[in-house]
Design a protein around this ligand. Structure first.
Ligand code: ADP
Ligand code: MG
Length: 321
């Protein structure tokens, strides 16, 4: 049975000192609004509202769990959303969405963020694809800066676990911001299956389909590789669980070797290794590679590229740093 989607708060609704201006996005776990504080300062407010567990009826602000059993799960998710939000609020970094406030209301919880103006990398890819594709310099710039933010997340002992172009926001000045820490989702265990993440196929690492212990910075690094891949190919790579059965993922140089440097394509390929120990193990490691001077795009099946790739594969680090 399809889960009914929830009613968003209406325009003009007074949520503590914030006035709801409009709906920005409605997902399966939460609703994001544009709102203004008492000084007319714009903010983005994310409301915890998992469709599978709770319902808001039209005209009623308060949220209600749909059954006794769902109430326990809803409360557990709410606690996680709150805890993660508190941690995220401690991270102040120009490339991480800034959390300004956190509060409870309407029997749910709200995260108030700095309102960013721009568009998602997903939108950028859609606009560019079919024409020239996302330019290599732009990819290097966006990901280098995004990784500054991700490094900070990892230093705070957090993992993002949902890195994908739809969660990377590009401000009008071109700087990236990492959004959506899926707060309520990442700490939840298998027993709470209705709240466990529906990882985005193609961007989730293979270990995310398995047990939690194997998760680490390398898991986010798979998402980074998959996001860079999408900038070039226009679509996500083959889903990791399918790849484990029959890996059909081709090296990007097969199709795009004449448009992008072999170094960038090799880096993406390394980040997308199914075996997590074969991926770059830390964010600074990728950043270093992104800064290294690139060779001009090679002709397809050039002998030099083939030999170079073989050399990189042979010398790639095998163990975790
Ligand atoms: N701080 C923000 N500023 C501007 N827009 C935002 C902000 N946070 C979220 N959004 C918008 O809402 C969308 C969904 O937000 P996200 O945090 O990814 O939630 P979801 O869990 O629904 O994916 C984003 O793609 C973006 O368009
Ligand atoms: Mg999102």
């Amino acid at each position: 049975m399809a889960t009914p989607s929830n009613q968003p708060l209406a325009r003009g609704f007074q949520l503590q000192n914030y006035t709801i201006a409009k709906l920005l996005s409605a997902g399966g776990f939460s609703i994001v609004y544009l709102a203004h504080d008492e000084n007319d300062y714009p903010v983005a407010i994310k409301e915890y509202l998992p469709n599978s567990l709770a319902l808001r009826r039209e005209g009623i602000a308060v949220v209600q769990a749909t059954s006794e059993e769902n109430l326990a799960l809803f409360r557990h998710g709410l606690k996680c959303f709150f805890e993660e939000g508190k941690t995220l609020a401690r991270i102040q970094h120009p490339n991480i969405v800034r959390v300004i406030n956190f509060f409870r209301a309407n029997d749910t919880v709200y995260m108030v963020m700095e309102y960013e103006r721009g568009r998602t990398l997903q939108k950028e890819i859609q606009l560019k694809f079919g024409r020239e594709g996302v330019d290599e310099n732009l990819i290097r710039h966006v990901f280098f800066h995004l990784l500054n933010g991700l490094r900070e997340v990892h230093l705070n002992k957090l993992l993002h676990l949902d890195i994908k172009p739809a969660n990377i926001y590009i401000r009008k000045d071109g700087s990236p911001v990492l959004l959506d820490f899926g707060s309520a989702r990442q700490t939840l265990t298998a027993e709470h299956s209705r709240l466990t993440p529906m990882y985005t196929p193609g961007f989730a690492a293979p270990e995310q389909y398995r047990k939690k212990e194997q998760l680490g910075p390398w898991t986010d690094i798979y998402g980074v590789g998959a996001s860079m891949y999408a900038c070039i190919a226009g679509t996500a790579p083959q889903a990791a669980d399918a790849r484990e059965k029959e890996d059909k993922l081709e090296h990007l140089s097969q199709k795009y070797g004449d448009q992008y440097s072999p170094e960038l394509l090799d880096l993406i390929h390394q980040c997308l290794q199914l075996d997590e120990t074969l991926r770059p193990q830390s964010v600074p490691q990728i950043q270093k590679m992104l800064l290294e001077p690139a060779s001009p795009p090679a002709r397809r099946s050039s002998l030099v590229t083939t030999l170079k790739r073989a050399w990189i594969n042979l010398t790639a680090p095998r163990g975790r740093a």
